[in-house]
Design a protein around this ligand. Structure first.
Ligand SMILES: [Ca+2]
Length: 275
């Protein structure tokens, strides 16, 4: 009797442990560190076409113009085109860009930002920052840096770079030396794969690579203070290439709204954050 009771207790204990491990595994597989982060709601207030040949890496708006960088080896370029879409089908025009500049074949263009009439362009693994005159796209100079280049933005003082990790690097715009870094996290959990960036309304906004969400980040602490989920827009686009991910954030200061697009997307959307 005592022996049977012991066996029963042992079996019960094993079953308890097994179910605990199974439950722990299931919840681990479904673990979403941002599940309880503050959801930011938005409204689409306009849309327009986007050249689906562009492998969007950086996007910004300045004085009624888009500036966009497009990646891939042998195809990398920066382009500019008016925010106001001309009549007819803009995306079908053979020369839709008001300005463009190709990169040498061995460079893979990444994040792009504009400060004091200069365009700053990162390259993925080539450690080269290109600096162009924003007025005519002439190359002014290039600088070297260590590590990968993913996204680039500016707060008006520093150039802020992502490298696919959870760290953001604040560079001096003249020398491109790193002056400080922050770690992006939500409740102590680090947020890897930060990609295209934008600085607006006092916050850093970041795409997460292969994720439908954009993070709103406190630029001092690195803490995620909100999340915008664009799954609905992406579902409606019915994109076929798995690399056609959300990767363009440009703040339109006049409209106080964000243009968003992605790699090889046929459309761009102007979204207003609901405060
Ligand atoms: Ca941007």
């Amino acid at each position: 009797m005592v022996r049977n009771l012991y066996t029963l207790m042992k079996t019960t204990f094993y079953l308890f442990c097994l179910s605990f491990i199974l439950i722990a595994n299931i919840s681990y597989a479904q673990h979403d560190p941002l599940a309880d982060a503050a959801a930011i709601h938005y409204k689409i207030i306009a849309e327009r076409s986007h050249k689906s040949s562009l492998f969007t890496q950086g996007l910004l708006v300045k004085d009624g113009k888009f500036y966009e960088s497009s990646g891939l080896y042998e195809k990398s370029q920066i382009v500019a085109y008016p925010v106001a879409e001309p009549e007819g089908s803009w995306a079908k025009l053979s020369a839709p860009f008001s300005q463009k500049q190709h990169l040498p074949d061995r460079f893979f263009a990444e994040g792009l930002t504009l400060l004091n009439n200069k365009l700053y362009l990162l390259t993925w693994q080539e450690g080269t920052l290109f600096v162009y005159d924003a007025a005519n796209f002439n190359l002014i100079k290039n600088l070297n840096y260590k590590g990968e280049g993913w996204g680039l933005a500016t707060d008006g003082k520093s150039l802020i770079r992502s490298d696919g990790s959870a760290q953001l690097f604040f560079h001096n715009p003249e020398s491109f030396s790193v002056e400080k870094t922050i770690d992006v996290k939500y409740k102590q959990e680090i947020m890897n794969n930060l990609n295209e960036l934008e600085y607006a309304e006092g916050f850093i906004w970041a795409n997460i690579w292969h994720d439908n969400r954009i993070l709103k980040i406190n630029p001092t602490s690195g803490e995620v203070v909100g999340v915008i989920d664009f799954s609905e827009i992406i579902k409606n686009l019915k994109l076929r290439d798995t690399e056609s991910v959300l990767n363009g954030i440009a703040y339109d200061a006049d409209k106080k709204a964000f243009w968003i697009t992605g790699k090889q997307w046929p459309k761009m959307f102007l979204v207003k954050i609901q405060h």
